[in-house]
Design a protein around this ligand. Structure first.
Ligand SMILES: [Zn+2]
Length: 344
């Protein structure tokens, strides 16, 4: 018995020594110390031994088992240390290496322009109003002095759901709704940014969907000079302090008098060039004094109140500011285009 146990111990220690990884070691552990292993078998067979032999063999078997177990644990720890140091040697960390770039999104240029406009006009005392994109014929046209048979409606052909319901062609209905909500009591001083829709043929400068920002100021004694002052301040803040504005007579059904507003060309400084078609000026927006009829329809007394309104295309402003040559770039989701506006 004693010889058998000593042979077992020698054999097990050799196998432990030879084990190269945790798996081999686990196999040794199971085959020598497991329930079906040779040591358990020796202990089971003790009944056949004499009373003198029993404690001697029992003690030896326990000693052999403990030694195998201790050697297994030691070897396991050694193997783990080897594995870790090998891994550390393979994975050297160079803290001077440049980091991997994290892809970063950016605001859409149109959104960036809208936010810039909001900042400018909030600074001038305006608040921001929004309204529905699906609008009634009344708010989109009639409340703005465009009755059903008005020829100016042809310029704003739209997408109709029913006779009375359409995708709004302008953000002016937000003005009409806000005026109505004020119930004839001023002041009203708002800008309305938002998407509008027209049945346009899409080309480099036209899109069936685009963005507008309109402004409205109604109060006692609002004059044309107030409109000019606000627009001049806006143009200087948005395009640059060296830019000037020019007002030309025009026609809109909801304002009287109405004007087209030009800004001095930023390329040639007003001398004339290809961009401004040699005129020195570039058209940026339409404006005018709110038509007395529009005031009246919205519940304001035209004898007591006056006001001005203006409207501009966000795409056009963005195209002028960033020298973009095709309006369709805004809608094609090409990251080569969009990623140029990271710091806008
Ligand atoms: Zn020019």
């Amino acid at each position: 018995m004693k010889e058998t146990l000593e042979a077992l111990l020698k054999e097990a220690l050799e196998k432990i020594q030879a084990a190269e990884d945790g798996r081999a070691l686990q196999e040794v552990r199971v085959s020598y110390l497991g329930k079906k292993g040779p040591i358990t078998e020796v202990l089971r067979g003790m009944g056949k031994l004499s009373a003198e032999e029993r404690p001697v063999v029992g003690q030896l078997a326990n000693e052999v088992r403990d030694e195998i177990k201790a050697k297994l644990d030691k070897k396991e720890q050694e193997l783990e240390e080897i594995r870790i140091s090998k891994q550390l040697a393979e994975q050297k960390l160079d803290v001077t290496m440049p980091g991997r770039p994290v892809p970063q999104g950016s605001r859409h240029p149109l959104q960036a322009v809208v936010e810039e406009l909001e900042d400018i006009f909030i600074g001038l005392g305006f608040s921001v109003e929004e309204g529905p994109e699906v609008e009634t014929d009344y708010y989109n046209f009639e409340a703005l002095n465009l009755p059903k048979d008005h020829p100016a409606r042809d310029m704003q052909d739209s997408f109709y759901f029913t006779e009375e319901l359409l995708l709004r062609t302008q953000t002016s209905p937000v003005q009409a709704r806000t005026m109505e909500a004020h119930q004839g009591v001023g002041p009203v001083k708002i800008i309305c940014p938002g998407r509008v829709f027209r049945r346009d043929n899409d080309d480099a400068t036209h899109s069936h969907q685009f963005m507008q920002v309109e402004g409205l100021y109604i109060d006692h004694n609002v004059r044309m000079s107030d409109l000019r002052g606000i627009l001049d301040t806006f143009v200087k803040r948005f395009f640059g302090e060296d830019r000037e504005i020019r007002l030309r007579p025009s026609f809109f059904p909801f304002t009287e008098p109405s004007v087209e507003v030009d800004v001095s060309c930023g390329i040639c400084g007003g001398k004339g060039c290809r961009v401004c078609k040699q005129s020195g000026w570039i058209e940026v927006l339409g404006a005018g004094m709110v038509h007395p009829k529009v005031l009246e329809m919205s519940g304001f007394d035209p004898n007591e109140y006056s006001g001005f309104a203006f409207g501009m295309g966000v795409e056009r402003l963005a195209m002028l500011k960033y020298a973009i040559d095709d309006i369709r770039h805004f809608y094609t989701n090409d990251t080569r285009f969009l990623s140029q506006f990271k710091r806008v």
